[in-house]
Ligand binder design. Structure first.
Ligand code: S3P
Length: 426
């Protein structure tokens, strides 16, 4: 689907409630499938990725249906059953990496597959540590499909070079089925929804700074109301910051400190953004954010900030084109392993609309403030975050921008256009 975006002259106004967090939704449905009894998940994400996790657990014998109030009700015996088909994770790296950890420790064999993009993404990062635990996984040179031979696992002490919540979650989930203690350490803190939810569900888990350890545990059912996704809110934050006259309120946004790097980064750039209310929501912090059009300046984004805003870097690149001076993103090489090579793809597409942006091995450099010409077609590389980032860029381009493949936005944020319209109707 091609989507044409026009320059926005009136600004974004009003308020919207941000839809469900993708990362928390994945974990809620997957962890509930391991708990004996009935779990209830309110506000489960309607993105294609969490629906892939839902499909996979159903194929493993778990009963999961939406009730009349749109709450997902999960009934599980606490044990997964051997699937009678290949498990399709679609476009979702989170589904594949978390399920691999669980399936490695079952007493049956299974196969995880995914779409063309997921089949290109690196799986050695989980295959290697799982193999050290005793797992047997065959792959196409570190890529899906993953053929997993269920076996007995033994806990390991693992220091990861990557700050990756998917790798961390995979090992912690394997640790739930392993003998002994499984310890994981990462260089910077990645999102910690897994630790919060597993603790909440009664797992024998201990967290200490960058280290986390877990022992074999039986989980208790979950009751959760999933907060909004800050990674979705990021597109509206960006649009409000760069489109003159904007002043918006985003409601029920997840504010877990391991995810709020975007707020810290735009504050460094001089943004007028504030949390106007916050509360704890099923063990996770959430709240309302007010964002106004702002005069921005460039900044450096690196080190521990990177995992706290990893998914927001494409849209931060868009913001940086409208900031005075240079913005430098460093230590973000893992962006090349996302749904697309997000360093290459954002540099290439923003250059097409007139941005002054240069690729570096581990990030990019942007000089601003640039008047973007637009008036061209851009590609989203089957990448939902590219699609929505380019939409935001289109709002400040002098001439219309046509985005090819905009339907990929549905992977995480099918409500994007409807909510955007609410903010621009006034
Ligand atoms: C996710 C973790 C991040 C992120 C992805 C979702 C998760 O990946 O990019 O969109 O839910 O755990 P990494 O942990 O591999 O960086």
């Amino acid at each position: 689907m091609q989507k044409t975006v026009y320059k926005n002259l009136k600004g974004l106004k009003g308020s919207v409630t941000i839809p469900s967090d993708k990362s928390i939704s994945h974990r809620a449905v997957i962890f509930s499938s391991l708990a004996k009894g009935t779990s209830t998940i309110k506000n489960f994400s309607k993105g294609a990725d969490p629906l892939s996790s839902l499909d996979v657990v159903k194929s493993l014998g778990v009963d999961a249906e939406f009730n009349d109030e749109n709450t997902l009700i999960i009934n599980s015996s606490g044990r997964l059953e051997k699937p009678d088909k290949i498990l399709d994770c679609g476009n979702s790296g989170t589904t594949m990496r978390m399920m691999a950890g669980i399936l490695a420790g079952q007493n049956f064999n299974s196969v995880l597959t995914g779409d063309a993009s997921l089949s290109k993404r690196p799986m050695k990062r989980i295959i290697e540590p799982l193999s050290l635990m005793g797992a047997n996984i065959n792959s196409e040179e570190g890529h899906a499909p993953l053929e997993i031979e269920g076996s007995g696992l033994l806990g390991i002490d693992y220091t990861s070079k990557l700050a990756s919540a998917q790798v961390k979650s995979c090992l912690l989930l394997a640790g739930l089925f392993a003998d002994g203690l499984t310890r994981f350490e990462e260089p910077y803190l990645s999102r910690n929804h897994t630790e919060i939810m597993l603790k909440h569900m009664g797992a024998d888990i201990e967290i200490s700074g960058l280290k986390v350890s877990i022992k074999r545990s039986q989980l208790k059912p979950l009751k959760i109301d999933v907060c909004g996704d800050i990674s979705s809110a990021a597109f509206f934050i960006a649009a409000a910051l760069i489109v003159p006259k904007s002043d918006i309120i985003l409601k029920n946004v997840g504010l877990n400190p391991t995810r709020t790097g975007i707020i810290d980064a735009v504050k460094l750039m001089g943004a007028d953004i504030e949390v106007i209310d916050s509360y704890v929501h099923s063990g996770e912090i959430a709240g309302d954010i007010r964002v106004k059009y702002s005069k921005l300046k460039g900044c450096v984004i690196e080190k521990a900030l990177i995992p706290r805003l990893i998914d927001e870097l494409p849209v931060i690149a868009v913001i940086a084109t409208q900031a005075e001076g240079e913005t430098i993103v460093k230590n973000a090489e893992d962006l090349r392993n996302k749904e697309s090579d997000r360093i290459k793809s954002i540099v290439c597409e923003l250059s097409k609309v007139g941005a002054d942006i240069k690729e570096t091995p581990d990030g990019f450099k942007i000089s601003g403030k640039t008047k973007l010409n637009g008036g061209t077609q851009v590609e989203c590389y089957h990448d939902h975050r590219l699609a929505m980032s380019l939409y935001v860029a289109g709002l400040v381009c002098e001439n219309p921008v046509s985005i090819n493949g905009f339907e990929w936005a549905d992977i995480s944020f099918p409500e994007f256009e409807r909510l955007f319209a609410q903010l621009t109707q006034n």
